[in-house]
Design a protein around this ligand. Structure first.
Ligand code: NAD
Ligand code: UGA
Length: 473
């Protein structure tokens, strides 16, 4: 296998963009073209104003500044860059199917299939195709079939020259820490059969990752490991969230329980923060997919086991809304609640499956007015997620319900009856409770679903405080 000089990545999303940026940064000898059919997204990646990049990740804009238009390019010219590439990463979306067989559970592989067909049509010579997207086990089989059938039916000259190798190289980055995760991965996983292709991909990572962190497996173990890693992580969140409710009922403190159990090496201290439920584009879809695969293989008990992780997650979101209503004298109609944090976690602008979406919709359903602030999520994104236009005011100036987008915490809290903190952005720790409460209507509540509030300081300033997983307070 020849040395890799040109890479094409299909899909300029939350994985394709940051992953290729880090490879470009660490491998100046390789030219990388990230292609996408979404013109707007490509334009945003090419925007001279780095605040307009489509993905917010700490450290990303600095890398873009260093590499863009040097050895890192963003383009809509899919054909050209597939033709020229020695290695092609498929980083396209694999959401849950919304209709047809397996709807609501199975992954929709239409974007994967389209990518494979594009590669089959345009690739030239020896090409290594790398699955970067998260895929159901055995998807490499489908990709292989599409690629090899293109060899049988393609133009004569391609048939002679083309050769494809397929590798699985799932991505384990988490949003908000993507650059650090990519620069210092716990492990890099490569699944495949062709030793030379595996070595070629390994050689790229060896530019910055130690050899003992790069593990190789067969294709199917690699594909499955990615789904299972996400299922185990989500399971931990659901486990601690279920215990948060028990702590509230028993005067225990979920943080102390998490700390005590996490000090056991066998359990480990990470990923034990109780919260409003996990969000993000992947945990839910990957578990649904796992459930679908288990059912497909007749493993009903296994499927049911994993489905419970999702049930607890939904329950956690619902119980929070109920609790807010109960604490606010059983009625929030006509009241204003400030929502701090709309992204599914801090340090990202991504709102996919954010618990804030469900919780805000449920609160609006109860008739309150929401004032929403997030440091990175834009107004249009919230409009699209809530599917309700902001501020509904009648001709007499009466608020008929709805919501408003606030540009700062100070703006958000004006006239509010309560604050609910839904993600753990730095700026939500150590709020200036005294100043904030002076702008609110009394009595005021603060509902902390992320354990960021200094309870004593907030109470001293006059807030009623409810904090997740504590016998409140
Ligand atoms: P995304 O939706 O942000 O990006 C996917 C991009 O692919 C979109 O911009 C879309 O326009 C483009 N695309 C789709 N089909 C195309 C085609 N045929 N040609 C060119 N472009 C095409 O998705 P994402 O969050 O980057 O996730 C991509 C994959 O990576 C998914 O399988 C996901 O499960 C997995 N993953 C995501 C994360 C994460 O943190 N978001 C982490 C690890 C793995
Ligand atoms: C997750 C995994 O952590 C990544 O390894 C994986 O690559 C990625 O999914 C993917 O396949 O998409 P991500 O969803 O970006 O990454 O972010 P996480 O940090 O895992 O958080 C997921 C959700 O769980 C967030 O809503 C977060 O607030 C919540 N969470 C996480 C908690 O409530 N408590 C915790 O202790 C940890």
């Amino acid at each position: 296998m020849k040395a890799i000089k040109k890479i094409c990545c299909i899909g300029a999303g939350y994985v394709g963009g940051p992953t290729m940026s880090v490879i470009a940064d660490r491998c100046p000898h390789i030219t990388i073209n990230v292609v996408d059919t979404n013109k707007l997204r490509i334009n945003q990646w090419n925007d001279p104003d780095l605040e307009k990049l489509p993905v917010y990740e700490p450290g990303l804009k600095e890398i873009i500044q260093r590499c863009r238009n040097k050895n890192l390019f963003f383009s809509v010219n899919v054909q050209k860059h597939i033709e020229e590439a020695d290695m092609i990463f498929i980083s396209v979306n694999t959401p849950t199917k919304t209709k047809g067989i397996g709807a609501g559970k199975a992954s929709d592989l239409k974007w994967i299939e389209a990518s494979a067909r594009q590669i089959g049509k345009y690739a030239r010579g020896e090409t290594i195709v790398v699955e970067k997207s998260t895929l159901p086990v055995k998807t490499a089989e489908t990709i292989k079939e599409i690629l090899f059938s293109s060899l049988k039916s393609g133009p004569e000259k391609n048939r002679k020259l083309n050769k494809f190798c397929i590798l699985s190289n799932p991505e384990f980055l988490a949003e908000g820490t993507a650059i650090d995760d990519l620069e210092n991965p716990d492990r890099v996983l490569i699944g495949g059969e062709d030793e030379k292709a595996i070595e070629a991909l390994k050689a790229i990572y060896l530019n910055w990752v130690k050899g003992n962190k790069i593990i190789t497996t067969d294709l199917w173990s690699s594909e499955l490991s990615k789904l299972i890693a996400n299922a185990f992580l989500a399971q931990r969140v659901s486990s601690i969230n279920s215990i948060s409710a028990l702590c509230e009922a028993t005067q225990a403190n979920v943080n102390e329980v998490a700390n005590a159990i996490g000090m056991d090496k066998r359990i480990g201290k990470f990923f034990l923060n109780a919260g409003p439920g996990f969000g993000g584009s992947c945990f839910k879809k990957d578990i649904l997919n796992l459930v679908y695969i288990c059912n497909h293989y007749g493993l009903k008990e296994v499927a049911n086991y994993w489905e419970k992780v999702l049930e607890i997650n939904d329950w956690q979101k619902k119980r929070l809304t109920k609790l807010v209503v109960e604490k606010m004298f059983g009625n929030i109609s006509g009241k204003t609640i400030t929502v701090l944090g709309f992204a599914f976690k801090s340090n990202t602008n991504d709102t996919r499956e954010s618990p804030a979406i469900t919780i805000c919709k449920d609160l609006l359903e109860e008739g309150c007015f929401l004032s929403i602030f997030d440091p990175k999520v834009r107004l249009n994104q919230i409009i699209s997620d809530l599917d309700i236009n902001p501020i509904t005011i009648d001709s007499n100036g009466n608020n008929l319900g709805g919501w408003q987008y606030a540009n700062s915490i100070d703006d958000a809290v004006k006239g509010s009856d309560a604050i609910i903190i839904l993600s753990d952005w730095r700026e939500f720790y150590n709020l200036d409770y005294k100043t904030i409460i002076s702008k609110m209507r009394k009595p005021c509540w603060i509902f902390d679903t992320r354990n960021v509030v200094d309870i004593n300081a907030a109470k001293k300033s006059g807030f009623n405080v409810w904090s997740l997983g504590r016998s409140n307070l």
